[in-house]
Write a protein that binds this ligand. Sequence first.
Ligand code: CU
Length: 410
Amino acid sequence: MKQGARFLIPLLMLFLILGGAIPSGAVPSSQCPGDLNGDSIPDPASPDYDPTVKCLQLGAGDGFVKMADGKLQYMFGFADLTGVPLAMVMDAGMLAGHFPAPTIVVDEGDKLYLNLTNVGMMIRPDLFDPHTVHWHGFPEASSVFDGVPDASISIFMGSTLTYFYNVVQPGTYMYHCHVEATEHMQMGMLGNLYVRPAQNKLAAGTDLNGFTHQAGYKYVYNDGDGSTYYDVEYPVQIGSFDPDFHDASLNVQPLPFALMKDKYPMLNGRGYPDTINPGTLDPPVDEQIPLPGGIGKISQTVGSLIEATAGQKLLLRISNLNVTRFYTLATSGLTMKVVGVSAKLLRGPDGKDLYYDTSSVTLGGGESVDVIIDTTGVPTGTYFLHTTNMNYLSNYTEPYGGMMTEIVIN
Ligand SMILES: [Cu+2]
């Protein structure tokens, strides 16, 4: 990190010289039907108010996160700026990247207006990288909202694009920036995203092939028989960082694409034992990089401690967005029933139930599974969800960490 500090001084001077390159005075032109005061939140008093409209204001830029062994990592990331007045979005978004990106949860039938503002790279003002949002695996309303630069548009510094999604399919998805995807995804522009099914909103007492729906019941998919009922849910995203790649980016060095080897395996942007901290991690700080008001913003808010009460059905929405390899996640002493794969209910073409029980799932980048753990009859206690790629039960040189978290049955 000393090396990083050496490069930072000239970079900061460059930033001051290029001050106009990042138009912090520009006010995003965001769309949110029913928003009366420009904070990206629909107001019920508005004549345009529609309860199925959801709005999000995301910033795309850079920031810092801390690994479980204490190492600071420069990263690119998204920030949730919903509720921030539009005039403040550029300032609030700078150096505010989160890892993982803010979790997006919507209901089938919603209309989602996702405003993406590129706030620029504070630490790398020499980069003029655009960004996008790619909702992986979802049938977009138009290819312009797909976020793949070849087929749609990407967002430059100071600009905002409103992505519109007609939320027609439930399931466990994920999202990421698709610009220079190997770099921007390795750098951390990855997040959880899932859609709850319309079946949740059926009238109480509705018969589902012998299963009686009640108010408050939740399902993973529109299964028609209550077989994907669950009580509590947790998104668990597999991700991993290569510190050599991140340090090269911080130090304005050539990026080692072909040498990329992730040494910080994580769940929801943390290695064990940070994974079992249910709350927000302390803001990352480093005395070596004296950037006033910069480093120190909260950037890791999504824990992965999993808790249930014995007898409950526990849903894990597991996705993998790392760019380097497959990972296997296993449970010890618990059975996982796989009911969905890659945002689809696991059924054959004739509707035949293809759910299966397992103790491990293996996912490559871009894959997801929905697993239900029925804790009926399970002894209370602490269980583990961990990778069986044993070398990744580590935080780089520190053993006993990495891609692992705890499932606590109370
Ligand atoms: Cu990007």
